[in-house]
Design a protein around this ligand. Structure first.
Ligand SMILES: Cc1cc2nc3c(=O)[nH]c(=O)nc-3n(C[C@H](O)[C@H](O)[C@H](O)COP(=O)(O)OP(=O)(O)OC[C@H]3O[C@@H](n4cnc5c(N)ncnc54)[C@H](O)[C@@H]3O)c2cc1C
Length: 499
């Protein structure tokens, strides 16, 4: 066989190499064209968002090409820092005209490689848009720009008696949280971003500005038309740039109390969780830590809880309702051989307890200095939790892997915080195979390959297995309609058009 373009004969065994070489050539000509396009538009970018609003510096590009995951850094060709929606729209129009990919960037705390510029392009860093715009305390809602983080919002709300409860472990941007459909320890009572986003302002890839529920609308419920708000929640920057989100707020409960309870087995801890929920206790937080995780938290946060499967619980309500909730929960945990509750009643002790839980990622990492943490998450129906956790722990032991388990167990969602030596290819390979087995185990139990971290780069094939080819086709159709040139964060969520 004669290869005309390369001018050599290729035996069939070398065909994959040939394909690879051709692909490399294609990629490098694509990237040269992109670099030329970026050079061409820089002055227009600067005229839109100012000299300081555009960066080509290597350090800035690298900082924006990576999140907190183990996915390798994929720097964009340029980073822009728009200050308002009009600038986002104008910049998007320029990118659209020159066919430059657009990658939205919140705070970069994502765990699935979502911000990597796998096809180069322009990163839209939204940190300069940090205004809290419309607070309606009497209606329990607020609208924020994409640079506002969850902690900044709660600090702002402190004197109003209101709060926003969705709490991923990191201080992420609220629009980034909408983009990944994030949740956290409070989801069992207050829901995830899906239940708490009421409206979104979105800039599409051609620069058009839309409001998913209609401009300025914020009814508590609606049955008007397709639910575009929830189409964009969890879209991971692949459909548009979220420039405002309207969120539900909640009254700060009159009283709160936290407790820690140790169990002889995973089964006993999870059975307690299910029975507490079945008993109708409106538990605010119920978090599972396996023996390895509680040991790591003890060491990292100077705690001294028994090293056995453990639940961290929190109850919210009036003083009287707390008494009832606690009594029912205690009765249930004791019937499952749980220990007496260890209380955290005052704010300082409660905060210390939950800080220790939120620091689980760093606690896991500290188990093996010099190693990197890699968190993977799955979610299954509650009844399947004991089985999947037990099987997963066996898998970890058989494959000589360190992976403490922490879970938002009231939602059937848990994380393995893999601690891995990045310089050991064999270990990296074993971790990769383990995470795929874990996701497939969750799928086999009618669950999902990700409860809250998203698909990003790492779980695209698993998404296909989860929803099936016809549903993927519908997703691809939606993507093609909203972003016909595949400019919005290409290569994420859907395999087609990705690397
Ligand atoms: C220690 C630690 C603990 C964590 N715990 C949790 C947890 O308990 N629960 C949980 O859900 N997550 C958790 N996370 C993951 C992470 O915090 C969430 O995924 C968060 O929602 C990401 O927000 P971000 O602003 O950092 O987004 P980024 O990392 O900047 O971006 C994530 C994705 O969203 C897109 N995106 C960002 N902003 C926008 C926007 N304005 N418009 C459109 N697309 C956008 C990006 O393109 C990317 O695809 C944790 C992370 C860490 C490091």
């Amino acid at each position: 066989m004669k290869n005309m373009s390369l001018g050599w004969s290729v035996c069939p065994r070398l065909l994959p190499l040939r394909r690879c070489l051709l692909q490399c050539r294609h990629v490098s000509s694509e990237s040269a064209a992109r670099t030329a396009a970026v050079d061409q538009v820089l002055s227009v970018f600067r005229s839109i968002c100012g000299e300081d609003g555009v960066s080509l510096g290597e350090a800035v590009r690298e900082q924006h090409g990576k999140d907190e995951s183990v996915h390798k850094c994929r720097p964009p060709d340029a980073v822009v820092f728009p200050r308002c929606v009009e600038e986002v729209s104008a910049l998007a129009k320029v990118c659209h005209k020159h066919k430059l990919p657009i990658i939205p960037f919140g705070t970069g705390t994502g765990l699935e490689g979502g911000v990597g510029a796998v096809k180069g392009g322009v990163c839209f860093s939204l940190r300069n848009m940090d205004q809290i715009l419309d607070l309606h305390p009497e209606d329990f809602d607020v609208t924020v720009e994409p640079g506002v983080t969850r902690k900044a919002l709660n600090a702002y709300l402190r004197d109003t008696g209101l709060w926003f409860p969705v709490d991923p472990g990191a201080d992420a941007s609220l629009c980034g949280m909408a983009a990944t459909s994030a949740s956290g320890t409070n989801a069992v009572r207050y829901g995830t971003m899906r239940e708490n986003v009421m409206n979104l302002e979105v800039v599409l890839s051609d620069g058009a500005i839309i409001h998913t529920a209609g401009r300025g609308r914020r009814p508590r419920k609606t049955s008007a038309g397709y639910n575009l708000t929830n189409l964009f929640v969890g879209s991971e920057g692949t459909l548009g740039i979220i420039t405002k989100t309207t969120l539900r707020l909640y009254g700060i409960p009159e009283a709160m109390v936290s407790a820690v309870c140790s169990f002889p087995s995973v089964q006993a801890a999870v059975d307690s969780t299910v029975q507490i929920l079945q008993a109708g206790v409106p538990i605010a937080r119920i978090e599972f830590l396996d023996d390895v995780m509680i040991d790591a938290c003890n060491r990292f946060s100077s705690l001294s809880y028994p090293v056995t499967p453990t639940l961290f619980l929190e109850f919210h309500g009036s003083e009287r309702s707390l008494e009832e909730q606690v009594a029912t929960a205690e009765e249930i945990t004791q019937s499952n051989e749980g220990s007496d509750f260890q209380w955290a009643r005052d704010t300082e002790t409660r905060n210390r307890l939950w800080k220790a839980r939120h620091d689980a990622w760093y606690a896991a990492q500290a188990l093996r200095p010099g190693c990197k943490a890699y968190s993977t998450d799955v979610c299954v129906p509650l009844s399947q939790l004991p089985q999947i956790i037990v099987e997963t722990k066996e898998d970890l032991t058989e494959n000589r892997l360190t992976g403490p388990i922490a879970g938002h167990v009231g939602d059937g969602n848990f994380h393995c915080l893999m601690v891995v030596d990045p310089s050991d290819p064999d270990e990296l390979h074993r971790v990769h195979l383990f995470t795929e087995r874990l996701a497939r185990r969750a799928l086999a139990m009618d669950g999902t390959c990700t409860g809250e971290h998203g698909v990003g780069l790492g779980k695209r094939a698993l998404l296909c297995e989860e929803v099936g080819p016809l549903t993927i086709q519908v997703m691809q159709g939606l993507k093609d309609t909203l972003d016909p040139n595949n400019l919005m964060n290409p290569g994420k969520i859907l395999l087609q058009g990705g690397l």
